[in-house]
Write a protein that binds this ligand. Structure first.
Ligand code: AMP
Ligand code: MG
Length: 540
């Protein structure tokens, strides 16, 4: 079959030709504001069967019926509830599909054998002009080969449908870029079966209660049936294997350094791209969901064009239109997640309550990275650091078995500022490296960890933390704690406190400040901090 491509803006014959083809039971690719659609007369079972054949779509996956005027809905359904009218008033024309019990006019071929029908009024002027000119409602799924990403540009619709349809209408790039929100009003509480440009929040404003079907974000269980038959199929998938990274931005960047592989690409937000050292394809801006939906399917196709074998994708929080992005991404990946837990840096003045905070994090399931222990490990017998120290401070800092004589090293290293600096320049990078490695290895196993590092900012350890927490307490509280904890005099405690940075040093640098209430309980403040870390977007 030869395929003609016409632009209705420049060719007056385009719409009448499309209308007559459709009335005669043929297929036409039309632009809509969501994605390009493969349209046929929804009331003609023979025409509808051609859609399934051209797409290779399973015949039990029902089609959405597109109308151009609200009154067109009446012959298609058994009844139009008030809620549907309210929704139409607010969201039609636009990216919302409403499911209602179907009338006998809708053939089984269109409803996939169900007794309900999905209806939408698109806003794209070409789509509406074609429906109106054809004089029949149009069944129109996305104009892609089934299972592959939906086309949001003319060229992609043409790639998939040339030779399969007589006519493709050029409508430019699609504004929304993902398929419509599918909402069922056919049973009980209104329920979102597929998220899209009309968000749960927008629907709740009109309807009050709205449920989100489990299949939106989770794979179907073995014995579960899909409320929306389309949900049971692998979907939106490019040839490139896609995996979803769920963790921090730092973790995402680190992933590529730690897991190099041939053909590995990043599928990332625009802001992340300049920070990467691997090839990438962008999918919109972080925090701008609409830019993500516009780009998502194109990006998946671009990965194939670039010959990527594996793409690791960033993931927005599953809210607002981000829910639609997650739904498509999760499906494109076949629910293949890389989950990495947060790395939290803890710091603060001595006596402020760091250990108590660390203990509460530990109770909440955090692994505590013990930097004191790591500092001891690096100078264990036979370690490379030990030989560097022996060279710098004298071979006799080691005993006859090669073990460190700590007092002797202390004598030699703490006699001058230069010597102390020399010791630190040998040991600190090694401790830092081990601290990082331990934190990464836990994060990669999806176990959150807390670094208890007094000199978190001074040592540079904050650089590999996803979030930093400082504990502060009043002067009096700290003083009494230090005296009680270490059994020292007031003067000795004051001396120690004076050697520390002031409170503002920590408070101004940390992401979260936990103020230890005088004589009070830290539990509430820690719980709030844990909550904030968890809902920090990337970990939500
Ligand atoms: P597409 O045609 O690719 O935009 O997909 C249409 C989506 O709507 C698929 O996920 C269908 O399973 C779903 N759908 C269409 N009609 C119904 C219906 N009557 N009941 C439940 N889901 C439907
Ligand atoms: Mg589709």
């Amino acid at each position: 079959m030869t395929t003609q491509i016409l632009n209705p803006n420049t060719d007056a014959s385009a719409i009448p030709l499309a209308a007559s083809l459709l009335r005669n039971g043929e297929l036409v690719v039309i632009p809509t504001e969501t994605v390009y659609g493969l349209a046929a007369n929804a009331l003609d079972p023979e025409a509808v069967r051609k859609i399934y054949a051209a797409k290779g779509r399973p015949s039990d996956n029902p089609l959405i019926v597109h109308i151009s005027d609200f009154d067109d809905i009446y012959p298609l359904v058994r009844e139009v509830p008030e809620t549907a009218k309210h929704l139409a008033e607010k969201f039609w024309p636009g990216p919302l599909t409403i499911i209602l019990p179907k009338s006998d006019r809708i053939p089984d071929a269109t409803s996939g054998g169900l007794d309900t029908v999905a209806i939408r009024m698109p806003s794209h002027p070409t789509a509406r002009a074609v429906i109106r000119a054809a004089g029949v409602p149009l069944a129109a799924p996305s104009a892609n080969i089934s299972g592959f990403p939906s086309p949001t540009k003319l060229e992609y619709a043409a790639d998939d449908m040339t030779g399969r349809v007589p006519l493709i209408l050029d409508g430019g790039d699609c504004a929304v870029g993902v398929e419509s929100t599918v909402l069922t009003l056919a049973a009980g509480t209104p329920r979102i079966l597929r998220p899209g440009g009309v968000t749960p929040g927008m629907l709740r404003e009109v309807l009050g209660e709205v449920e989100i079907d489990k299949a939106v974000l989770d794979p179907l269980g073995k014995d579960e049936t899909a409320a929306s038959p389309g949900m049971k199929y692998k979907h939106y998938s490019p040839k490139t294997r896609v995996r979803i990274y769920r963790g921090s931005r730092k973790g995402y960047l680190r992933y590529f350094d730690r897991h190099p592989a041939p053909g590995l690409f990043a599928l990332c937000f625009e802001q992340t791209a300049p920070l990467l050292r691997v090839p990438y394809v962008t999918m919109g801006k972080e925090n701008e969901y609409l830019s993500q939906t516009q780009r998502l399917f194109d990006a998946l196709r671009e990965l194939d064009e670039a010959g990527a074998s594996l793409a690791v994708a960033q993931c927005p929080p599953a809210r607002d239109i981000g829910l639609a992005v997650c739904n498509r991404l999760f499906r494109a990946s076949g629910f293949d997640f890389i989950d990495e837990a947060p790395i939290v840096g803890l710091t603060g003045q001595t006596g402020a309550g760091k250990s108590t905070v660390a203990a509460l994090f530990s109770e909440a399931g955090y692994h505590i990275v013990d930097t004191d222990k790591l500092a001891r490990e690096i100078v264990e017998k036979g370690s490379p650091v030990l030989s560097v120290l022996a060279e710098a401070f004298g071979a006799d800092i080691l005993d006859e078995n090669g073990g460190l004589i700590r007092t002797r090293l202390a004598e030699r290293a703490f006699c001058s500022e230069e010597k102390t600096a020399l010791l630190n320049s040998i040991t600190h990078p090694e401790i830092l490296g081990r601290t990082a490695e331990e934190a990464f290895s836990f994060s990669e196993r999806n176990i959150p960890c807390l670094l208890d590092v007094p000199l978190l900012f001074q040592s540079g350890a904050d650089a590999f933390c996803d979030i930093t927490v400082a504990v502060t307490a009043s002067f009096e509280t700290r003083k009494h704690r230090i005296m009680a904890r270490d059994g020292i005099s007031e003067d000795a405690a004051l001396l120690r406190m004076r050697a520390q940075e002031p409170e503002e040093y920590y408070a101004s640098r940390a992401d979260i400040v936990i103020q230890n209430p005088d004589g009070g309980d830290l539990t509430k403040a820690v719980r709030a901090a844990l909550e904030r870390i968890q809902t920090n977007g990337v970990f939500a």
